[in-house]
Design a binder for this molecule. Structure first.
Ligand SMILES: Cc1cc2nc3c(=O)[nH]c(=O)nc-3n(C[C@H](O)[C@H](O)[C@H](O)COP(=O)(O)O)c2cc1C
Length: 154
């Protein structure tokens, strides 16, 4: 598997972007070639086999995908490209105060990618903003393990 990683970011108030920046630091230290892509204006054909992808998104409204990622999600759903051969991980941000819709943003992307044939590596990691743990700390720990596991799975 290549050492290329692309992080797709869905965010309302910037936390997921901060998390993505932390993941960049961790993975670059491991020798990965990492790029952060905010999902604004992203088109389905930006997804190619080769790089590993990380979906890093929060949840808003009532279990909604953040505004900046809505168009991409809908375009992907409509175009329904065959994503078999694409590997990805999910770091979802949410808050358990929203019990019924906890981390639904990440969950929805996870389900869509899987439906299109992509293969998730490792478990989906869900950060709970009400836990008191800093999302960037949780993400750093997750990303290191995830990347090592992903290379081993290749
Ligand atoms: C108005 C509002 C609605 C939210 N709705 C949900 C929700 O339905 N489910 C959930 O798990 N988290 C929800 N959250 C929590 C955010 O996803 C969480 O705080 C996240 O860390 C924000 O990341 P961001 O700054 O990248 O958008 C909501 C937060 C706000 C302010």
């Amino acid at each position: 598997m290549s050492n290329e990683v692309k992080i797709l970011v869905g965010t309302m108030t910037g936390t997921a972007e901060l998390v993505a920046d932390e993941i960049v630091d961790v993975l670059e230290d491991k020798g990965a070639d990492v790029e952060v892509l905010l999902m604004d204006n992203l088109k389905p054909d930006a997804l190619t086999t080769g790089p590993l992808y990380i979906i890093c998104t929060s949840t808003y409204g009532q279990g909604d995908i953040p505004d900046n990622a809505q168009d991409f999600y809908e375009a992907l759903e409509a175009a329904a490209p065959d994503l078999s051969g694409l590997h990805y991980g999910v770091f979802a941000l949410g808050d358990r105060t929203y019990m019924q819709t906890f981390c639904f943003g990440g969950k929805k992307f996870d389900e869509l990618f899987a439906k299109l044939g992509a293969k998730r590596l490792g478990d989906r990691r869900e950060h709970d903003a009400s836990s008191g743990e800093l999302p960037e700390d949780v993400a750093a720990e997750w990303a290191e393990e995830w990347y090592e596991g992903s290379l081993a799975a290749a």
